[in-house]
Design a protein around this ligand. Structure first.
Ligand code: AMP
Length: 403
């Protein structure tokens, strides 16, 4: 087959992230980000092929996703990578919510579009933006396959015992209330990369993956299949995040409504946007929190302690879910960069076979690496995630024999 390029699109409500990859070797040809789409001044940051290394910025308004993708296409054309090229094999779209229905990457047709649309009530912020991106890209290149890669797909292997909430079954089913999980492409990629780092196949190992970015989630992966994950119906459940509370007694919501006089929308905004690290100490960037801790700031210290306490509880819970753990893998912005978080998360867990070597933990590198002492019963690893490469790989695997 001649066409080997895959364009990966990640459409947010007012943003469009993209990467163009060459699937002969997975190399990144170009990448970028359009921000503030539909606002007074938009911004397009385009990083051309590595050899050039220049970044273009523009601040004229970009009205909608259609205009954004056209601007991206212009930038790519300037680098000789135009989207009209016959070398474009497919467009891979990150779609946040695939519900129970989509268990694997799927070539998009009208029926798939309709199903993604039907899921809007459970993903009101994300799925509409993803649909806009799909429609825009289809209009630009109707002849190449558009593929949806779902954040939820990796988690569809969860057993009912992990996926169901203990609430009235009829009510739950009527409204599709269950635990779906998110960050699936990252958990899939990192669990496989961790097995590779150990010199084993994914089917041979059990891994706890800790995806700690601004959003954060943990997953228990047994022999390559996800058996539990910390995010639920929405990405609000689970770990303490940059701005999201993670787990809280559901009665907090009734209390804030009845006693605090807050509306449902206000509580939604509180738990999603003004909670987590930012709610606890005013900052959601772990670098800033560590800097404040070094200066003796008590609120920053408390925020860090709450973050670590929750993380440790999930490590223990997933240890119990898996029974045997071969590796714990840290990934995403915090997991890949914040050595103090990694050290604190496993501190005191020696009896579970978990420890980090301080010297190895302090090393900064872009490669997957072990940070546990030699001979540890459980490997502790830092494994940089690459969601775009995973989306492109899944997309290309689906289309490469069809064109
Ligand atoms: P992500 O969502 O994966 O892009 O992660 C973003 C988060 O990673 C930021 O909000 C920071 O809290 C964290 N982060 C990024 N770089 C560093 C660093 N060098 N040290 C500590 N935390 C970092």
């Amino acid at each position: 087959m001649s066409a080997t390029r895959v364009l990966v699109l990640n459409s947010g409500s007012s943003s469009l992230k993209y990467q163009l990859l060459d699937m002969r070797d997975g190399s990144r040809l170009a990448s970028g980000l359009v921000e503030r789409i539909g606002e007074r001044s938009s911004r397009l940051k385009h990083t051309p092929p590595a050899t050039g290394g220049r970044i273009r910025e523009q601040s004229e308004p970009i009205a909608d996703h259609d205009a954004a993708l056209k601007a991206v296409a212009e930038e790519l054309a300037r680098d000789g990578l135009g989207l009209d090229s016959p070398e474009l094999a497919a467009v891979g779209h990150r779609v946040v919510h695939g519900g129970k229905h989509f268990t694997r990457p799927t070539v998009i047709d009208d029926a798939v579009l309709a199903e993604i649309e039907r899921l809007i009530p459970v993903a009101p912020l994300h799925n509409p933006a993803n649909l806009t991106g799909i429609r825009t890209a289809t209009a630009l290149r109707p002849d190449v396959p558009q593929v949806a890669v779902f954040d939820t797909a990796f988690h569809t292997t969860m057993p009912e015992a992990a996926a169901r909430y203990a609430i009235d079954v009829e009510t739950a089913d009527a409204h599709r209330v269950r635990r779906y999980g998110f960050h699936g492409t990252s958990h899939a990629y990192v669990s496989r990369a961790t097995a590779k780092l150990l010199g084993r196949t994914p089917e041979e190992v059990n891994v706890i993956v800790l995806h700690l970015g601004n959003g954060a989630s943990a997953s228990a992966v047994e022999k390559g299949r996800c058996v539990d994950t910390s995010m639920g119906l929405t990405p609000l459940e689970g770990l303490v995040m940059g701005t999201r509370s993670g787990d809280a007694d559901p009665a907090v919501i009734f209390h804030l409504a009845r006693v605090g006089g807050m509306s449902i929308d206000e509580i939604d905004a509180l738990l999603n946007k003004r909670s987590g690290l930012v709610g606890l100490c005013g900052d959601n960037d772990m670098r800033e929190i560590r800097r404040r801790i070094d200066e003796g700031d008590e609120r920053a210290q408390l925020a860090f302690d709450i973050y670590i306490h929750r993380l440790k509880k999930y490590i223990g819970a997933y240890y119990a879910v898996l029974g045997r753990v071969d590796a714990v893998a840290f990934t995403a912005g915090v997991g890949e960069n914040a050595a103090p978080v990694r050290a604190a998360a496993v501190a005191g867990l020696e009896s579970l076979g978990l420890a980090v070597d301080d010297a190895l933990n302090a090393v900064r590198a872009d490669e997957a690496r072990l940070i546990s002492p030699a001979g540890s019963r459980v490997a502790v690893a830092v494994v940089p995630t690459d969601e775009e490469l995973e989306i492109a790989t899944q997309t290309y695997a689906l289309v490469k024999n069809t064109n």
